[in-house]
Ligand binder design. Structure first.
Ligand code: HAM
Length: 432
């Protein structure tokens, strides 16, 4: 009986693994150069941790289980609650600001579709302890620093930015009560993914009053920060968050990434804990689901039993990113080609031991080296060297016994040279 992989999961064969590692290595490299330190937590946590503040959508998608002691657990669908728990645990001793990154393997029981699976990897960047929009700008820059490095341009991707604080102030000025906001955010978050009539139907279930609904629809169709004032009179609270958004855009300009960024009032985010600036990264053609998303969550650590401490960060998944890179032809050409530095072949069976010995010495000196498992004719061994994309082939033959020399063949040019065995080994060891 053949058993298929579980729905929504992936098997990573070596070429897939090479792609995954290339993406993740880039995430790590860019995190480190932007001053973030790596952390990780357990793959499963107490179920209640994700029920506190992640929001209904994620709770519905949890893979939950009960351990043998009857504890209710869940596979992590995101790492932000774990981050809040871990930071709270050591809040007094951790130097501030906390700039941490992580690349967790996550699980969500979503309906598998293009770019959405049940198991995926997500790059997380978070700054805890800074309430200035410089921190929001820095994390957005960090995402773009990576995306730009791998070859994506403002023609390929866009960061759509808004503010939940601003939206809350605007909705409240329309007459939406504070307690209704969280439910309404969930509906507004779906607006870009639903046909207009389905969205309006969902909205009507949340907001019974038609005038309020009209105002909300009008508000959600503004295209610039300036237009908001034409649609509604700004309260002081709304003005403050509009100014904050303006400052953020200015900073993104200073950081040299303004070309990628755009205001979009439709960005609300599906997770419940966001409190301020929010953003999502999309492909410019809007054909794919979000590449990433994040924002400010100033209350989460307090809700997890810690002090009131501001926080901001994002998550970028590997699935949509890989699809986009593939579509743009950026993935394959950047993958490192697996190449052997040396393939050690021998002319005669009597030199096999010598070939194996030399291979192991080269490996210990840090070179990638291979040899033929079976005794074979030289021609066959050279073919193997070629199949394994060896850069150079070392041929051990009579010269070794007679003059302590080796033949080194450059596989690209076909050129051969005779070198002294000991000198070659010393050079190999020293140059690594
Ligand atoms: P999120 O918007 O739920 O945010 O996820 C961020 C990204 O993870 C998505 O844009 C997408 O690329 C990827 N992702 C989410 N679900 C799936 C899935 N089922 N399959 C494949 N990829 C997926 C968060 O998770 C927040 N915790 C991010 C954050 C960090 N906010 C602050 N700090």
């Amino acid at each position: 009986m053949k058993i298929p992989p579980v729905k929504g999961t992936r098997d990573f064969y070596p070429p897939d693994m090479a792609r995954r590692n290339w993406i993740i290595d880039g995430w790590k490299r860019v995190s480190l150069r932007n001053g973030f330190e790596e952390y990780d937590g357990p793959i499963f946590e107490y179920l209640k941790m994700f029920q506190i503040k992640s929001g209904d959508e994620i709770v519905e998608q949890l893979f939950s289980l009960q351990d043998r002691g009857g504890r209710e657990l869940a596979l992590r669908p995101e790492i932000t609650p774990t981050l809040a728990r871990m930071v709270n645990q050591q809040i007094n001793s951790l130097p501030k600001p906390i700039k941490w990154f992580s690349v967790p393997r996550l699980f969500r029981a979503e309906r598998p579709q293009r770019g959405r699976l049940r198991e995926f990897f997500q790059w997380n960047i978070d700054i805890i302890g800074v309430d200035e929009s410089t921190a929001d700008a820095e994390v957005i820059f960090c995402a773009l620093d990576y995306l730009r490095e791998i070859g994506l341009t403002p023609d390929d991707i866009v960061v759509k930015i808004s503010s939940r604080e601003m939206l809350a102030a605007l909705l409240q000025s329309i007459g939406i009560g504070e307690s209704e906001l969280e439910g309404l955010y969930l509906v507004l978050d779906k607006r870009n993914r639903l046909p207009a009539d389905a969205f309006e139907e969902m909205l009507a279930e949340r907001v019974a009053d038609e005038d309020k609904r009209k105002k909300i629809l009008e508000l959600m169709s503004v295209e610039s920060i300036g237009q908001i004032g034409d649609c509604l009179e700004l309260t002081d609270a709304a003005k403050e968050s509009v100014d904050e958004l303006g400052r953020l855009f200015e900073l993104l300009g200073v950081m040299g990434v303004a070309d990628f960024c755009r205001f979009d009032i439709g960005i609300v985010r599906g997770l419940a804990y966001y409190t301020g600036i929010v953003y999502e990264i999309y492909d410019k053609a809007s054909e794919l689901r979000a590449i990433g998303g994040g924002g400010r969550y100033d209350d989460l650590l307090k809700q997890f039993g810690g002090p009131a401490i501001p926080a901001t960060g994002f998550g970028i998944g590997d699935c949509v990113l890989a699809i986009l890179l593939e579509e743009k032809g950026l993935l394959q050409k950047q993958l490192p080609v697996r190449k052997l530095d040396y393939f050690v072949a021998c002319v005669d069976k009597v030199h096999r031991e010598g070939a194996i010995k030399l291979t192991m010495k080269l490996r210990s000196a840090g070179w990638t080296a291979g040899f033929s498992y079976k005794a074979a004719k030289l021609g066959k061994q050279l073919k193997k060297a070629d199949n394994q994309s060896a850069k150079k082939c070392i041929i051990i033959g009579r010269e070794l016994v007679e003059k302590n020399e080796l033949v080194i063949k450059d596989m690209a040019t076909g050129e051969q040279e005779l070198v002294d065995y000991d000198k070659f080994l010393t050079k190999c060891t020293e140059s690594k």
